[in-house]
Design a protein around this ligand. Structure first.
Ligand code: OAD
Length: 244
């Protein structure tokens, strides 16, 4: 069984998606009533949509940033932070937390190293000077860029047709990992949906924790179904009991 060989894992890559933040009150994308049912992807998550109607796009991300301010991390975020802390105490162990989420609930849950491959709601990207700046306010009123003062800020969020952040570093970690864990993602969006195959090609064990089987569920060695707030702390307990 999975648990019996857990003690051998030294290099873990964890991928999270919207499902890990669902119990914090953040909308997922593809559920009935989710964000992509309320808004057309082409309108609010593509460079073309932004060019066509910047007010609509800026307003959409202002709304999501405001919702984030009202959300709190849940036990799943906190458990991953605990795993990171314990892992960092043991030489030779490496943990990379990659999230597709643009919220900051991993950081507020205590994780110190989080790689946001789809960008962050609390960051602004200047279309004039390309500087990325920490950002907490609304953008609809066209505030000036803190670096160049041009009113050209957009959300620092990766849209469809754009390149996710830090892919080189992620593939390097996948090639070297011995365990890959996917949490709360539907497996509908590449390149993240392909990480499980990269990890398997590198010889890693693969585990999925999700409310329902993802699109790529059969690619994992093991799938556990249930809410992240329950499954993730349980899994972290297993890892820490067997290895530290
Ligand atoms: P999705 O909305 O596609 O999928 C969320 C997954 O989380 C689903 O498989 C749900 O079953 C699962 N889920 C829901 N509630 C859960 C819970 N409480 N515990 C565990 N799992 C739960 O979201 P993502 O897979 O993150 O990209 O979407 C990937 C990307 O598509 C997003 O980053 C975004 C979106 O378009 C961009 O905007 C570029």
């Amino acid at each position: 069984m999975f648990q019996a060989i857990m003690a051998d894992f030294a290099r873990i890559v964890i991928l999270t998606g919207a499902g890990i933040s669902a119990e914090s009150g953040i909308d997922t994308f593809r559920a009935a009533g989710g964000l992509w049912e309320q808004h057309r992807v082409e309108d609010v998550a593509t460079p073309e949509g932004f060019a066509r109607d910047p007010d609509l796009v800026l307003g959409f991300y202002d709304m999501r940033r405001a919702a984030l301010a009202r959300a709190q991390p849940n036990p799943a975020h906190e458990a991953l932070a605990r795993l990171e802390r314990e892992f960092s105490k043991v030489p030779g162990r490496d943990l990379l937390l990659v999230t597709q989420n643009v919220d900051d609930l991993h950081e507020r849950g205590g994780s110190a190293r989080v790689l946001h491959m789809h960008g962050e709601l609390k960051s602004a990207l200047c279309t004039a000077c390309e500087t990325r700046s920490p950002w907490r306010e609304a953008m609809l009123h066209r505030p000036p860029c803190p670096a160049c003062a041009e009113p050209g800020l957009r959300p620092d969020v990766v849209w469809f047709g754009e390149m996710p952040y830090q892919m080189g570093r992620i593939y390097q970690a996948l090639e070297a990992c011995d365990l890959f864990v996917s949490i709360g993602t539907s497996g509908a969006v590449y390149p993240a949906a392909g990480f499980v195959q990269e990890a398997r090609a590198a010889g890693a064990r693969t585990l999925e924790l999700n409310l329902e089987p993802s699109e790529g569920s059969r690619l994992f060695h093991e799938t556990r179904l249930g809410p992240a707030s329950v499954l993730v702390p349980e899994w972290v307990d297993e890892v820490l009991q067997t290895r530290i």
